[in-house]
Ligand binder design. Structure first.
Ligand SMILES: C[S@@+](CC[C@H](N)C(=O)[O-])C[C@H]1O[C@@H](n2cnc3c(N)ncnc32)[C@H](O)[C@@H]1O
Length: 378
């Protein structure tokens, strides 16, 4: 008998018939063993393939679940830059801008529109700085401080050269929002600046994302550009660079549901807040705020994709309506889907815009949450 335990290919020791070695039997046994061995190998291969397929499926499900975490809707806020003119000193002027930035970050505002409620020349939102503390130019200064605070600290040197508008901005309270990453913090996304560094042909640019290692992205981009990078899991922890892909700045919100700061837009008058909306489908929910509005408590907001909440300055929204050459109405309430008093029974004669911003966003939050429970298709 052939020794089955001894494995394939061994010479038959006991398989003898009439004193002779039974080569035929031995060959048949060997063939059977080889067949079995091949079958085992094939099964192992199939097993491996199945495991790989399962892992791929798992990764895809995880990716899809990640996609589900996305926030498709956006929240925009519009307010007049002139509110800076009510501040008593240059430092307080900056502090007021800082309060606006913090309120917007706290309530995950995606876009801040600074409009010129005095409807001055369009240049009033494009001109150069002419001295801190002076009246006028408030829109530009407010916009600049808002942008400065939104920019992660490690990128500010690249994007904000010294400017008098920002004289006190360094002292302002930071936003501390999710995209303001610390050096060793782990994150799927990071904001970065494209570096002026040569790269090999076919390879992407290097980006400073505020980490110890630079990130090599998937594209060649112009140096100095601000980019949002989705970081790949490091394959080799010893590697000198991290790898990443460039995504749109909307990606962290839309795909992963992260709050990723706000964009800032200047509008030369109240009507331009609407007409220059960056979303191609426009704002599909607009809310004006006023002590003369109806109570926020009873409101039911409809499902929306892009909501806009508008605030007035010292003289309310009426002031912006009066001077706007594109508006033929006098009553601001007709411009909005809802015109709301967000602090019924207020105990002070007037609520300042920066206070109204916090109060209103806080009062609207549960109504907005309710409205977006049923996503709007578009
Ligand atoms: C100083 S208040 C304007 C007060 C002005 N006398 C008026 O009659 O509207 C500045 C802005 O804060 C907001 N605001 C003030 N009180 C509010 C309230 N009770 N509800 C909602 N918004 C309010 C409005 O956007 C207003 O335009």
């Amino acid at each position: 008998m052939a020794d089955r335990e001894s494995g394939v290919g061994k010479r038959p020791r006991g398989a003898q018939v009439g004193g002779k070695v039974d080569w035929r039997g031995w060959k048949q046994e060997r063939k059977a063993e080889t067949k079995k061995w091949k079958e085992i190998k094939l099964l192992k291969k199939l097993d491996k393939q199945r495991m790989r397929e399962l892992a791929e499926q798992e990764a895809q499900t995880q990716e899809e679940q990640k996609e589900d975490r996305g926030r498709p809707h956006t929240l925009s806020v519009a307010l007049p830059g002139s509110i800076l003119n009510n501040a008593q000193s240059p430092a307080l002027r900056s502090y007021l801008a800082g309060q606006i930035a913090r309120a917007c970050a706290i309530f995950c505002v995606d876009e801040i529109v600074v409009f010129d409620e005095h409807g001055e020349d369009v240049k009033s939102v494009e001109g150069d700085f002419e001295g801190i503390g002076k009246k006028g130019k408030a829109c530009v200064q407010l916009a600049r401080i808002l942008q400065y605070l939104e920019c992660p600290q490690y990128l500010r040197k690249s994007f904000f050269p010294k400017h008098e508008d920002l004289q006190f901005a360094g002292l302002l309270n930071p936003l501390d929002s999710p995209h303001h990453m610390r050096m060793d913090e782990d994150s799927e996304y990071r904001e970065g600046v494209v570096l002026d560094r040569p790269t090999k042909p076919g390879r992407g640019s290097f980006v400073n994302c505020g980490m110890r290692k630079e990130v090599q992205i998937d594209k060649q981009l112009n140096p100095g550009l601000r980019v949002t990078v989705r970081l790949k899991e490091p394959q080799n922890p010893e590697a000198k660079v991290r790898k990443g892909t460039v995504v749109s700045s909307q990606h962290p919100r839309a795909v992963s549901g992260l709050y990723w700061g706000y964009s800032v837009r200047l509008a030369s008058c109240l009507s331009a807040v609407f007409s220059e909306c960056p979303f191609k489908e426009g704002y599909d929910l607009s809310i004006g705020t006023s002590e003369r509005g109806s109570s926020v408590d009873q409101v039911t907001l409809p499902s929306f994709r892009h909501a806009l909440v508008v605030f007035g300055g010292l003289e309310g929204l009426e002031s912006g309506v009066d001077v706007d050459p594109n508006l033929e109405v006098t009553d601001p309430s007709v411009l909005f889907d809802f015109y709301l008093n967000t602090c019924p029974s207020q105990g002070s004669r007037t609520i300042r815009t920066e206070e109204a911003l916090l109060i209103s966003l806080s009062a609207l939050r549960p109504h907005i949450e309710e409205a977006v429970k049923t996503p709007k298709d578009s």
